[in-house]
Write a new protein. Sequence first.
Length: 391
Amino acid sequence: MIPVRPPHRFLVAPSGLKESLSAAGAAEAIAEGLLRAAPGAEIDLLPLVDGGEGTARALAASAGGRLVALTATGPVGEPVDSHFALLPGATAVVEMAAVAGLSLVPADRRDPGATTTYGVGELIRTALDAGARRILVGCGDSGTSDGGAGALQALGVRLLDHAGRDLPAGGRALLRLARIDPAGLDPRLAGTELTVACNPFNVLCGARGVARVFGPQKGADPASVEELSTALERWAAMLHRDLGPIATDLRGDPGTGASGGLGAGLAALGARLRPRFEVLLDQLDLDARLARADLVVTAEGSLDGQTPLGKVPGEVARRAKTLGVPVLALAGTIGEGAHETRRIGVDAYSGILPAPVPLPEALARGREFLADAAERALHMVLLGRRMALRA
């Protein structure tokens, strides 16, 4: 009989649980639960970022950079405390969630037709002021669906209606867009390497466009979803017409739908859209750390059919599978299509709630529930090991 060694080295590599825990907070909670079940375990904490919340902070920490705090225009048009990261080599990391994220939109004001990415443009402009010549924009956890229109306005582009008036904020206003005037665009952008770290599965328009896929998550009812879809179709057409050869047909290009279409708006200015995990995870030495683990534990807010399409647990599982390392995924909720994650390398998954609870309570107690779920799951793993030894 071949001895079955219990897992001793754990890689804890979660994303955040939206509106409940940051990636770092989720990693700490999982580690707490694992250590209750296996007090002598070796745990490698690797909170992962996907361009959303925590990206600037994580990359500043890993690259020896620093955070720059500032006040900027938030998604509902009011000032918010925000930040970006300055890294060695005149590189800045602008995290759109830090200024236009869903967590910055009050629950009673969630209307993706009205929210704006104006603050993203302000952060880019301030990064240029600080001397950045390479700017990485992380997309994720957005509370907007304006196609990046607000960001372009903050960078000096005018969006005009048929009467020559500047459009107000929000994706809904793009229904009235008649002309884009780039004459006032910040000239420093021409000499700046602008990269967008995004989910390549997100596209701007069509049946899988961001208004239809993500609009309801941001507060849009069915009528608003269709209105936004039409507005973003118009936005893509106007970008192509008025910004010349740089702005190719952006309706279905990979990544153009990132952060409510911010990817399309920045691509029209010449930004390079790159798969976020190519940009972000390789800087964190993920593959080498996976190879050292006996078991990988990952987590996200909702494990479902979208997980294999560019979410952190999906990418972790995909890479771990190539190395033969087992993966356990924990999630706030288990949604439709979660079984698809087994195909890409998730060996087992579990929801973290011990019983049905109201959403506000679930969000407030996320750390407790996640730690308890990690403990329960590892006890099951250890039980399986003991059964194998008796076989």
